[in-house]
Write a protein of this length. Sequence first.
Length: 368
Amino acid sequence: MHQLIILGNGFDLTCGLKSKFSDFYRNRMNAACSIESIPKDERNVWDVILSEIGENDPLWCNIESLISAYVFHDDDLGSRLDHMYEQLVWTIDPSKPNRSEHPDNAVYNYVSTCLGKENVSQDELTHFLLTSLKDYEHIFASYLEKQVDNNNKYREKAVEYYAAIRNACINKAQQKNYETSILNFNYTTPLKSEDQQLGIVAARNIHGSLDKTDTIFGIDGKDVAEDHPAVPFTKTYRLMSLVPYESETAKLCDSNTRFIKIFGHSLSRADYSYFQSIFDTVNLYGGVTKLVFLYKKYPNKSDKTVDEQAIREDLYSRISHLLYEYGSTLDNKDHGKNLMHKLLLEQRLLIKDVDENISVLPSNIYLL
């Protein structure tokens, strides 16, 4: 029997790793929240962008949404780069903007200085953003490597929580009969397909890994037209540059996969394409696969206490959006509309507290 476990950044956070993008950037700015704390010769245009928008902007701690807003879509009128090059001139028709060859903007001025030219086209600026993003990915990876190296309990915690997720919703007598594949949205590799004693038959870091120094940031390409300048920023485009390990080419799931367990993933729209592919593969509507969403209770109130109901309600909302979006892709629209109802009726949609399954590690588990 087989199951697929999908891990997001919440897994690493649960294991004590400071792996949020906001953790990285505060560390990069030495907690000063000022770009001036970064030496000029070490600055990146993405530092300038983050400094310009400030921490009050909801995009500040979400690098993928920030990339999308700048190069693809920020509002109905276009991307932030589009707006940057638009200079409103009050003419007969004030609703029509004129294009500016030299926007008065910190990001533009930074790129102009780096390229040594006064007038920078939008195409040139977009290309510069992509090149700089690749450099930024390496900077982030270096930060994350240090976090892993400085946390001697990380591997132990990772195996502990993996075991809890692996065994969730499976009868104890059946647990040893399950093979597990892991789809990891993180860049860390505490769980590998070589860990046969953990029952792992395949493990893939879909966005690259620290082991291979090929981490990527990207946007969902579902709505990006094939000729749009944002195409090179899409995850699909970026993934083509990654060469998988031989052990990563194993199939992660098929129609015989009994469980898909998801822990620590935000279920953001940026990754909907992955979930759609997985749900199609297991025939989620007509098959037998159970969806299990696991959560971790954490202090989420101003007094540092836990409101578990609020945590569950937030997860309900995210699950609903994901499944409604997936349902809209089904050929039979009636099936799409009643997908959640069908899963609940058949007891194939479950929500569990991950800590309910935490136990002492078996004595035969050797931590490498």
